[in-house]
Design a protein around this ligand. Structure first.
Ligand code: OXD
Ligand code: MN
Length: 580
C-alpha cells in the first residue's frame, strides 16, 4: 500500500511530468553528486576551494533576486480569514489558474522529493515538511537550512501529517510567478522563482505563514524572531527572543560579540530568524529554532559588523548573487579589506573599482550551516528548546521610540508588538522617514487575519503562568543633524543586560506614559562616548510625537473593522490617556 506521501508524489509527477523522480536522503554523497551536476550545468560556480572549502556561487535570474510579496497570496476559504494585510486568492481560482502553470512544468527536469524537519531531531515540537522541486539549488540549500532527508522520513513514518510544498522554477517569468499558501490544507505552491523565501519553502512559507496558522490552532506561537542566550559573568544564561522588520540588524544581534568593556558577558546564538514557542509545563514559554542554517544578507557583513557570521560562512556555504574576486573568493560591498580593482559582478560581468553599479546585488545572500557559527548555543539542538525570559520588539525610528522600554504587562506588550513600525531609509528610493507599520515584524509572514493574530497573542498570555516580560528597542535614534546617537552593534549588549535584569526581577525603571524606561544610570555606559545628555535624549519621550504615534496606530487598527480585539483599542486609548 502506498503511503500518503507516495500517493502525493505520484499525483504531482503525473501533473508536472518530470523526466525522473529522485528521493533525497540528505547524505553527503547525494549532496556532492548534486553539486557536481550543478557545476557541470552552470547552476553553480566553483569558488576558491582553498580559502572557502566546499563553497559555491549561484547566480539567480536577474529578475528573480528577492522575495516577491506582491505575488504572495494566502488562499484561505474566505478573504476575511486572510485579512486586510495579506493578498488573497480564492482557493478554487488559485488551483485552476496556478495549476495550469504547473501542468508539464517539470518536463525534461528531475523532480526531487525533499523531506525535511523543522526543529531539532527528536523534538516533540518539530514538524515535517516535504518539498517537491525541480531545482537542485533548492535541494542543496534546503539541506543547509533544515534537517533534511533520512531524519525527516524517520519522524514522518507512514503518517500523513506533513506540510506539502510544491515548487517549480517554471519559466522564471515574473508574470507567471506565484507563491500560494492554502492554510486549511497546510499546502504551499510556488512557481516561477528560484530565490530564497520564494523557493526554500521551509522558511517563510512553512515556518511562518503555515506554522502561524498551526500555532493558532494548537496553542503556540510561530514568530519572526531571533533567539539568543545571554550569559552573565557568573555563568547564568537567560534567553531572549526578538522580532525586527528587515534592515534592523537581526542577524548581527543574534551573533553579537560583547565589546571588551562587557567583560565576562556572552551571547549564544540559538536562531537568527524564526522562533516556534510554546507554553511549557512550568508555565514558561519555551522556544526552538526550526531552522538549521542561516540565509543571511551578505552586503554589510564583515569581521567588524559580524565576526561570527564571517566565521560561519567560511566553508560548506552557498553564495547567491555575490561578486567574485580575481582569485575566486566571494566579495560584497562592506566586506573586509580594500575594494579590489577588478571583480566579476553578481551577474557574471567584469566590474571595475569606481563603477556606479554595485558589484554584489544588495540582497546577495549566504546560506550557511548554523552549527558552524562560533557563538552557536550548546542548546541549539535541545529537543525541549530554551525557556524565554524576555520578548523584544524593535524597529528603525529616527525619533519617537526610545532606546528601550518595558511594557507594563503582557497585554500592553502585545499592543507594543502590534504597533511596531520602521522608517524607510535613505538607502531606499522614495521618501525618507516614512513610517511603515509591521506588527511583530510579521506583516509579510502572518498566514491569517492579523486581528485574529493579535487575539491569539492575547490568549497566549493567559495560557502562561510565568509569561516573559516584553520590551521594545530602537537602536536607530538620531539627533537633529540626522546622526545616530547610539553606537549599536556590540554595545547593544548593555541594553540586553538591562532587559535580562528587568525580566528576572532586577534593574531600575521609571514609569513613563509609554512604558517603563531605564532609571537614570540603570544602563551601564562606562567606557562609552555616550554622555549623560545623549543618554537622556535616547530615553526621552516627546508627548507630541507619541500623540501622533497613537493616531497612526489608530489608523492602522482601523483597517481591521470590527474584527480587532477590543483589548487592542483599549490599550491604545490607555496610551492616549496617559499622554494627557
Ligand atoms: C529574511 C526576511 O530573508 O525577513 O529573513 O526577508
Ligand atoms: Mn526574516
Amino acid at each position: 500500500m502506498a503511503t500518503p506521501l507516495e500517493r502525493w508524489v505520484d499525483e504531482v509527477a503525473r501533473h508536472t511530468l518530470p523526466k525522473d523522480v529522485s528521493w533525497c536522503d540528505g547524505s553527503e554523497a547525494e549532496n556532492q553528486r548534486l553539486i557536481h551536476e550543478m557545476l557541470a550545468s552552470g547552476t553553480l560556480h566553483e569558488l576558491n576551494q582553498t580559502r572557502h572549502p566546499n563553497c559555491h556561487l549561484h547566480r539567480s535570474d536577474p529578475s528573480d533576486v528577492a522575495r516577491t510579496e506582491h505575488l504572495t497570496f494566502i488562499c484561505s476559504r474566505t478573504q476575511d480569514d486572510a485579512g486586510p494585510t495579506n493578498n488573497w486568492m480564492d482557493p478554487r481560482e488559485a488551483k485552476e489558474k496556478v495549476g495550469a502553470l504547473f501542468r508539464g512544468a517539470m518536463q525534461g527536469r528531475t523532480m526531487y522529493v525533499v523531506p525535511y524537519l523543522m526543529g531539532p531531531v527528536g523534538s516533540p515540537f518539530s514538524k515535517v515538511g516535504v518539498e517537491l522541486t525541480d531545482s537542485p539549488y533548492v535541494v542543496a540549500s534546503m539541506r543547509i537550512m533544515t534537517r533534511m532527508g533520512a531524519a525527516a522520513m524517520k519522524q514522518l513514518g507512514a503518517r500523513d501529517d506533513f506540510v506539502k510544498g510544491l515548487h517549480s522554477l517554471g519559466d522564471l517569468s515574473p508574470e507567471r510567478r506565484f507563491i500560494l499558501h492554502f492554510p486549511e490544507e497546510k499546502l504551499i505552491w510556488s512557481v516561477g522563482s528560484g530565490y530564497g523565501g520564494n523557493a526554500l519553502l521551509g522558511k517563510k512559507c512553512f515556518a511562518l505563514r503555515i506554522a502561524s496558522v498551526q500555532a493558532r490552532e494548537e496553542g503556540w506561537l510561530a514568530e519572526h524572531m531571533l533567539i539568543v542566550g545571554v550569559e552573565s559573568p557568573e555563568g547564568e544564561t537567560h534567553y531572549i527572543a526578538a522580532a525586527f522588520p528587515s534592515a534592523c540588524g537581526k542577524t548581527n544581534l543574534a551573533m553579537l560579540v560583547p565589546p571588551p568593556s562587557q567583560k565576562g558577558w556572552k551571547i549564544w546564538t540559538v536562531g537568527d530568524d524564526i522562533a516556534w514557542m510554546r507554553p511549557g509545563p512550568d508555565g514558561r514559554l519555551w522556544a526552538i529554532n526550526p531552522e538549521a542554517g542561516f540565509f543571511g544578507v551578505a552586503p554589510g557583513t564583515s569581521s567588524k559588523t559580524n565576526p561570527n557570521a564571517m566565521a560561519t560562512l567560511g566553508k560548506n556555504s552557498i553564495f547567491t548573487n555575490v561578486a567574485v574576486t580575481e582569485d575566486g573568493c566571494p566579495w560584497w560591498e562592506g566586506i573586509d579589506g580594500p575594494v579590489p580593482e577588478r571583480l566579476t559582478d553578481w551577474r557574471g560581468r567584469p566590474w571595475q573599482k569606481g563603477s556606479s553599479e554595485k558589484a554584489a546585488h544588495p540582497n546577495a545572500r549566504f546560506t550557511a550551516p548554523a552549527a558552524q557559527c562560533p557563538s552557536i548555543s550548546p542548546r541549539f539542538d535541545d529537543p525541549q528548546g530554551v525557556p524565554i525570559s524576555a520578548l523584544v520588539f524593535g524597529g528603525r525610528r529616527a525619533r519617537t521610540a526610545p532606546l528601550v522600554l518595558q511594557a507594563f504587562d503582557w497585554s500592553h506588550g502585545v499592543f507594543v508588538g502590534a504597533s511596531v513600525a520602521s522608517e524607510t531609509t535613505a538607502a531606499q528610493s522614495g521618501a525618507v522617514g516614512v513610517v511603515r507599520r509591521d506588527p511583530m515584524a510579521m506583516l509579510p509572514f502572518c498566514g491569517y487575519n492579523m486581528a485574529d493574530y493579535f487575539g491569539h497573542w492575547l490568549a497566549m498570555g493567559k495560557a502562561l503562568k510565568r509569561p516573559p516580560a516584553i520590551f521594545h528597542v530602537n537602536w536607530f535614534r538620531q539627533d537633529a543633524e540626522g546622526k545616530f546617537i547610539w553606537p549599536g552593534f556590540g554595545e547593544n549588549m548593555r541594553v540586553l543586560r538591562w532587559i535580562v535584569a528587568r525580566a528576572t526581577g532586577g534593574g531600575a525603571a521609571a514609569e513613563a506614559p509609554i512604558g517603563l524606561l531605564p532609571a537614570k544610570g540603570a544602563i551601564d555606559t562606562s567606557g562609552l562616548t555616550v554622555d549623560g545628555r545623549t543618554m537622556e535624549e535616547l530615553l526621552s519621550v516627546s508627548k507630541d510625537d507619541w500623540r501622533r504615534e497613537a493616531a497612526g496606530i489608530g489608523e492602522f487598527f482601523g483597517k481591521f473593522d470590527g474584527r480587532l480585539p477590543a483589548e487592542m483599542e483599549r490599550q491604545r486609548q490607555g496610551l492616549v490617556k496617559r499622554l494627557g
